[in-house]
Design a protein around this ligand. Sequence first.
Ligand code: AMP
Ligand code: ZN
Length: 466
Amino acid sequence: MLKLYNTIGREITEFKPIEDGKVSIYCCGPTVYNFAHIGNLRTYFFEDILVKTLKLNGFNIKHCMNITDVGHLTDDGDDGEDKMIKASREKGMDVYDIAKFFEKAFFEDTQKLNILKPNIICQATKHIGDMIKLVKGLEEKGFTYISNGNVYFNTTKFQDYGLMAGLDKQDLNFGTSTELDEAKQNPQDFVLWFTNSKFENQAMQWNSPWGKGYPGWHLECSAMSLKYLGDHFDIHCGGVDHVNIHHTNEIAQTEAYTGKKWVNRWLHGEFLVNKTGKMSKSKDGFLTLNTLIDKGYKALDYRYFLLGAHYRSQLTFSWEALDAGKSALKGIRSRVQSLMKESEVFNINKISDKAAKYKTDFENHINDDLNTPRCLADLWDLLKDKEVSSGEKLAVIEYMDKILSLDLLVAEKELCTDPELLALLDKRNIARGNKDYKSADEIRAQLLTKGWIIKDSPTGSSLERV
Ligand code: AMP
Ligand code: ZN
């Protein structure tokens, strides 16, 4: 039985999908004005464990993720700086190219971490019409007001406002705004559509019934999940920082619009912190996956490190802890390599009761609100058990790795990092996307002659040494 936490209600309960055998899940995606830091990646890792656990339980998954490519402000108070414009200025690139560049970098990172790509990926800038439709609907129902040129959601009109945050309205954290927005009728109100920006040369603007402008911070997730997953779906996820504001506001505007309950279950991943506190995209000096790789770690060393903590516990990053993860994973790999020399992988359905107990324990632990630390302990116990044969061990490890995704039975592969060859791989993927199979095949052959083979997988494509 799969049991999961629900931030609404703050309890672990049995998971039951709305429709038998199917699960629809929405995960708030990255803002693409910079690289993801390893804290952001912790959240996507936790969502990957969730999706894989749902799959292990036999569910068919519709997994949707947005890409926040609209230049968002630091908060609704409009006192931040448009991050996309800042990045565009710093890199000397057009804002749309900035977004594409960092979206690609994001999926390269997630691929290295063996994180499955969602089957629906939607960019905010391609869904402005859907967002306008939502604001119009809210306006017709009397949930909005216009002040100082911007359209606001009136939170006092939505009875259950702040229910998920589990706090009294006056306790809600109103974001990072240092100056209170004078145009708001109530402190919790938030902007649905801006026509009045503080910034000159606002790069991304669209026409709307309220004038030329751009959507508020929270709108895209409501509009796109309504479009792709419908007005009632199973699971919505994100980092824990989204509970009080972003998700609270998403719920208010969506349920006000549809007039009914929206999402059945909310899961939030706790933060990765460092010794000086929270890791944040807007602070300098954050760590990216590539920083770790440049320092000689493998992406999967970081995945192993993440598996060691429960997703609802804060995790402190330190180089010492990452080193410990790296050497533990090395230890597992060398044991698995020895097992592979001793035996073939057994059929998982034909293993002894003793070996099957490890499989069952592992299932029980992952089904217990994604208890990955216990799952790792199961793996270690299995490796050490002298009464289970090598072949049976391999069969159970192969099964466990569906969730752990540490490539335990895969011989270490050499991945290509040469930018010229990777650019060729991109060209081939574009050709394939355009159904130009002739060019795609030619590039594949060209790469082969250079000693690299293209590997396509659900996480993306890569180049491996032949
Ligand atoms: P962003 O790209 O900044 O919108 O963040 C992407 C995701 O990362 C969101 O779900 C955030 O809640 C999450 N996030 C941000 N900082 C951290 C952190 N330090 N640890 C874990 N998750 C984080
Ligand atoms: Zn969101």
